[in-house]
Design a protein around this ligand. Structure first.
Ligand SMILES: [Zn+2]
Length: 77
């Protein structure tokens, strides 16, 4: 009978321990917020080869845009 009581106490203690531990378990966190995307860049096509590139990286010659100085020079010639 002594062991039955001991077992019962252990079972209760184990149950209490589990119920206390469960909430402290890390809940499934929502994925961290993504950093905001950079604003979409204006894309332009090279007047010579048609390569698309951001306007900020394009070389402009008047209204025309070029991907490199070589194409800018060839088209200007
Ligand atoms: Zn080009």
């Amino acid at each position: 009978m002594k062991y039955v009581v001991l077992l019962l106490v252990l079972a209760v203690v184990y149950g209490v321990w589990r119920s206390q531990n469960r909430p402290s378990a890390p809940p499934r966190r929502p994925s961290p917020p993504r950093p905001p995307l950079p604003p979409p860049q204006d894309m332009v096509a090279c007047q010579h080869c048609g390569l698309h590139l951001p306007r900020s990286e394009a070389l402009t010659h008047g209204e025309h845009c070029y991907c490199c100085t070589e194409h800018q020079r060839r088209d200007a010639a």
